[in-house]
Design a protein around this ligand. Structure first.
Ligand code: 13P
Ligand code: SF4
Length: 354
């Protein structure tokens, strides 16, 4: 039986993705996508492979995960799902560091990825710099965001995600009150942590990194969107360039409807909030999932062209190539055991704290 049809995909994408993927989904392309999705569905089931898809991914990958009994989520959720499952093989539609995190936690499973997308936060981190900081601060604690490569994770004491970054810093400060903290690699997430915990730059060293998508989502865009949609609640990812300004607005009591959330936190908040309309400040791909799963509410991307070029290296075309040739080692994610063993400890320490 053919589960996907071009017509059905065309209607879904026209209703939920016309602004965020303008011109991408004519009917003929939806028909090709439906054929590919039907074959992928068959292969996932025949080969007993679990499909994990990040919230930013193309709508066709999200639809496939939904039909295949896979999972769509944020970086923490994907990691947790990989850990909970008994599937021998897991395929990630995400940037590479997310698949690497699963490969570190699950050395006895096969973790596949159709391409090796980087990340503008993870890629520039120089591990030598972390080692130098540790030499200067022998009692210090290194706290890395999950958006880091395995070698940086291996030099870290704790790994946090956008869900639990303030909680992890608070934990480290109470457990090691005299330890200096090195937080990397996102300066906007660091600013969010510092404002949340009311700590100053004197308390924490910060790697001055930023995401190429989120740094451009600035205060002016937020103000314009809020003027245009005055009833809408603001859902903001803490990687955004507007983080400090928005936190200052909250502190001044000006904008009670501002929430700083991980991508999965946005889904949860939108379901639970009494607001009917939302402005979404993060990568625009998540807006498809929000509209698809919460059709009774309205979602406005703060910038409909805010797409992560790395995430979008994964396509249904290369996922299908990976599934057809799933024994090919080129698709397999492997982390050397000496790095994985150190990194695993830091990830597990961070995951314990919520
Ligand atoms: P989430 O963990 O919130 O999905 O964020 C990951 C990410 O890369 C955001 O740009
Ligand atoms: Fe990395 Fe930014 Fe893409 Fe997230 S959106 S994966 S932080 S480059």
């Amino acid at each position: 039986m053919q589960r996907f049809t071009g017509e059905a995909l065309y209607k879904l994408f026209r209703a939920n993705a016309a602004d965020i993927y303008a011109g991408r989904y004519p009917l003929e392309y939806c028909e090709r996508l439906a054929d590919m999705a039907n074959e992928a569905l068959e292969l996932l089931s025949q080969r007993h492979v679990l499909l994990l898809v990040h919230n930013y991914q193309y709508p066709e990958l999200q639809e496939l995960a939904r039909d295949a009994g896979g999972y769509i989520g944020d970086s923490y959720g994907l990691t947790l799902k990989a850990k909970e499952t008994d599937y021998e093989t897991i395929v990630f539609c995400s940037v590479a560091f997310m698949a690497e995190t699963a490969a570190i936690l699950l050395p006895d499973r096969r973790v596949l990825i159709p391409a090796r997308p980087g990340c503008s936060l993870a890629d520039p981190v120089d591990v030598e710099e972390i080692r130098k900081w540790k030499t200067r601060n022998p009692d210090g604690k290194v706290m890395s965001y999950i958006n880091t490569k395995p070698d940086a994770k291996a030099e870290s004491d704790y790994i946090c995600t956008s869900r639990n970054a303030p909680a992890v810093v608070a934990h480290v400060r109470s457990r090691f009150p005299n330890a200096r903290i090195y937080f990397l690699p996102d300066k906007y997430l660091a600013a969010h942590v510092m404002r949340t915990l009311q700590i100053g730059p004197g308390d924490m060293d910060v790697w001055e990194g930023a995401c190429h998508v989120h740094k451009d989502l600035n205060e002016h865009m937020i103000e314009n969107a809020s003027e245009e949609h005055s009833e809408a609640e603001l859902l903001i990812h803490p990687e955004c360039g507007c983080t400090s300004a928005c936190l200052a607005r909250i502190a001044a009591g000006a904008s009670p409807g501002i929430q700083f959330l991980s991508t999965e936190g946005m889904l949860k908040r939108a379901r639970e909030s009494s607001a009917k309309e939302f402005i979404v400040a993060t990568e625009a791909g998540i807006v498809y999932r929000l509209r698809r799963e919460i059709p009774e509410k309205v979602f406005h991307p703060v910038l409909s062209t805010a797409h992560c070029k790395f995430m979008k290296e994964i396509t249904l075309e290369n996922l299908l190539a990976c599934l057809r040739d799933d024994k090919n080692e080129a698709f397999e994610v492997r982390v050397p055991p000496e790095i994985a063993n150190k990194a695993r400890h830091a990830i597990e320490e961070g995951m314990r704290i919520q």
